[in-house]
Design a protein around this ligand. Structure first.
Ligand code: PLP
Length: 464
């Protein structure tokens, strides 16, 4: 029997959970795998999912606190999504985006242009968030090369920002731990310091902190020269960095500075878009800015299929074209505008509209945020922060060493009690499916409180 036929035969016989875990351990490399012991660690084998819950191979139920990877907006396992996807597979599963248009991609591009603010009317489809970010940054490079400004290509990014895992998206990512042993491009990027108001020096008001953070941007422009800087890339809320919400007024002031200096503002809405803050996109509706480009992915299909989009303003498109010299936009992927992914995105949007998902998020968010804020009663909680259905608990402890383990401790206690959170050093973040009800928010925070009680008791015991 050949290796391939053995595998097919085994699949037909539904391998046991133990076998699947063994094959996973022996043959699959997971994102962010712990390389000191990558074969020694078992990933949870997830079997089914419905609504805000999923079940592991042993039948244990969990609340999906992170909503998959911040993407599970309408909840998994919907038959209407399955049917829309199946219909598109049967009608047209693929055609080359390099030469052809399709109904789903044309309709989706039109829809996104309507949803996006201002004159962001032009959509380049990608395969996910990283490739959307890559596309936005390459668009800036292409634009400034074509405009005869090849020196104006430095990218301003921020510490704690996360923008993806392609070489360029990784290079503008400011999470130092993610960069431990991979190479990245330093020539192209300049990082601005942490904007987290929780990290402001004692005695500094939030308004003063905002001034300081705006001054960081101004100082970078003075130091590097506006004629050398092509773009500023920023998540409206630095999500993977720990749901960091820059101080009020920061977005608008930094955007105005970029405008005044001919620096493209790229708003990375891979997490904040598609309902997470109760809006299609947060840039204008929540933060009052109309960027030059918006990147989107994740909630665009509610995680049913991979898809990303870089939405570009008319102004940028006009500057890039008609310059009297033939030139192709040589950026793109075999699976750009994949018709089945676009059909999934369209069905997802239809469900958002028919079921009032944005309105629902706006209605339940105050309850979610109130339950989150109440967690400050625990001594081990240093800060809580969030907006919409996005939240983070930042743990605090006697010393840095103890603090570093808090995220993992909270994660373990929650998991035992049937709630998945996303641990990040001393933090736990959550972004549950947007369909979560008020009762389910209570169920989730009741578990979190129990978990925090357990961790508090463990911490006290360890200290005594
Ligand atoms: N941008 C932001 C803000 C993200 O949070 C992520 C992923 O978490 C990405 C980009 C990269 O997206 P993807 O993992 O789909 O490539």
């Amino acid at each position: 029997m050949t290796k391939a036929s053995q595998t097919l035969h085994s699949r037909a016989n539904t391998p046991s959970a133990e076998t699947l875990t063994k094959w996973d351990r022996e043959h699959q490399i997971h994102p962010w795998a712990a390389m000191d012991d990558w074969r020694g660690y078992d990933n949870m084998l997830v079997e089914t999912a419905k609504g805000i819950y999923f079940w592991d191979a042993q039948g244990k139920r969990y609340i999906d606190g992170p909503g998959g990877m911040w993407c599970n907006q309408i909840g998994p396992g919907r038959r209407d999504m399955a049917e829309a996807i199946a219909d598109q597979v049967i009608k047209l599963s693929y055609t080359s985006p390099f030469s052809n248009a399709t109904e789903p991609s044309s309709v989706l591009a039109k829809k996104l242009a309507e949803m996006a603010p201002g004159d962001l009317n032009n959509v380049f489809f990608t395969t996910g968030g990283s490739t959307a970010v890559d596309t936005a940054l390459r668009t800036m490079q292409y634009l400034n090369n074509r405009r005869g400004m090849p020196e104006k290509k430095m990218i301003l990014a921020r510490e704690k920002g996360y923008h993806g895992s392609t070489y360029l998206a990784h290079s503008v990512t400011g999470k130092e731990r993610d960069k431990s042993k991979f190479d990245f491009e330093t020539r192209l990027v300049h990082f601005l310091p942490d904007v987290n108001p929780y990290r402001r020096p004692k005695g500094t008001s939030v308004a003063d902190w905002c001034d300081a953070k705006v001054a960081d941007l101004e100082a970078a422009i003075t130091e590097l020269g506006a004629d050398k800087i092509g773009a500023f890339i920023a998540e409206p809320i630095l999500s993977s960095g720990g749901v960091i919400i820059p101080p009020e007024g920061y977005h608008r002031r930094t955007w105005e500075i970029c405008l005044a200096n001919d620096i493209l503002y790229i708003s990375d809405e891979v997490v904040t878009g598609f309902g997470r803050l109760g809006q299609w996109f947060a840039s204008e509706s929540v933060f009052g800015i109309v960027p030059d480009m918006i990147t989107s992915a994740k909630g665009l299909t509610s995680g049913y299929l991979p898809l990303g989009a870089c939405i570009i303003s008319d102004r940028v498109m006009e500057q890039m074209s008609g310059l009297g010299e033939a030139s192709s936009f040589t950026n793109g992927y075999t699976y750009s505008a994949h018709p089945v992914s676009c059909a999934a995105a369209l069905k997802n949007i239809e469900i958002f509209e028919s079921e009032g998902i944005l309105e629902h998020v706006r209605e339940v968010s105050p309850h979610f945020q109130a339950r989150l804020t109440a967690l400050t009663r625990f001594d081990i909680v240093g800060d809580v922060r969030g907006m919409g259905l996005l939240g983070c608990i930042e743990g605090k402890a006697e010393n840095l060493e103890a603090e570093r383990t808090l995220g993992a401790q909270i994660d373990k206690a929650c998991e035992d009690l049937g709630l998945i959170v996303r641990p990040l050093i001393n933090m736990a973040v959550f972004s549950p499916p947007l369909i979560i009800t008020k009762d389910q928010i209570d169920e989730m925070f009741d578990i979190l409180e129990q978990a925090l009680e357990k961790v508090s008791a463990d911490v006290a015991k360890a200290a005594s």
